[in-house]
Write a protein that binds this ligand. Structure first.
Ligand SMILES: CC(C)(COP(=O)(O)OP(=O)(O)OC[C@H]1O[C@@H](n2cnc3c(N)ncnc32)[C@H](O)[C@@H]1OP(=O)(O)O)[C@@H](O)C(=O)NCCC(=O)NCCS
Length: 147
């Protein structure tokens, strides 16, 4: 069951703890709280992962996505992303964007499977490594049992 968060300090602390499990340079609760409280900011959460996103001006952006290492490979990342895209679409977004390290094959495969396509490249963006900007039209064309 995915919970929708769109504000709240307690929520931010939970999300920061999850973020720490998945990134070498984790965001703290204050940073996450600020993003959640900003206009259009929202997150979907389970005990093992979350997605943080925002909707503005007919577009949505995935800000971060994390699944704890022990819970990976079971469809949770895809379910979180699908939930965020669905919510953004309900809020009026027509396209969704995200940025991903060019050296992150798990995330790239996840995004490709949901119909994201590359629309940009940021050279030497993450600690000297390239980042790709991906885009998908909303609603996503979902197939499979998470739809
Ligand atoms: C990327 C991440 C969110 C994927 O979460 P997950 O719950 O393991 O992903 P899912 O189980 O939903 O997998 C969905 C699809 O992603 C792809 N995928 C997931 N893990 C993969 C891996 N290790 N290698 C290759 N493809 C992978 C597959 O296409 C998979 O579909 P399939 O199971 O039908 O083959 C997770 O690995 C993670 O938190 N990584 C660290 C943080 C990160 O990189 N976040 C994204 C930053 S842009």
């Amino acid at each position: 069951m995915l919970a929708l968060f769109d504000s709240g300090k307690d929520d931010a602390a939970l999300l920061a703890a999850l973020h720490k499990t998945s990134f070498p340079d984790p965001w703290d609760a204050a940073a996450i709280e600020k993003l959640l409280a900003a206009p259009g900011g929202f997150a979907f959460f389970t005990g093992h992962g979350f997605v943080l996103a925002r909707v503005a001006g007919g577009e949505a952006e995935i800000l971060t996505l994390a699944v704890t290492p022990e819970a990976r490979g079971q469809g949770l990342g895809r379910a979180l992303l699908a939930a965020a895209a669905g919510h953004a679409s309900e809020k009026g977004a027509e396209n969704i964007f995200l940025e991903v390290g060019a050296d992150n094959p798990a995330a790239l495969a996840l995004y490709a499977g949901l119909g994201f396509a590359r629309v940009g490249q940021r050279k030497a963006y993450y600690q000297g490594k390239d980042a790709l900007v991906l885009k998908a039209g909303l609603p996503l064309s979902l197939t499979g049992d998470f739809a």
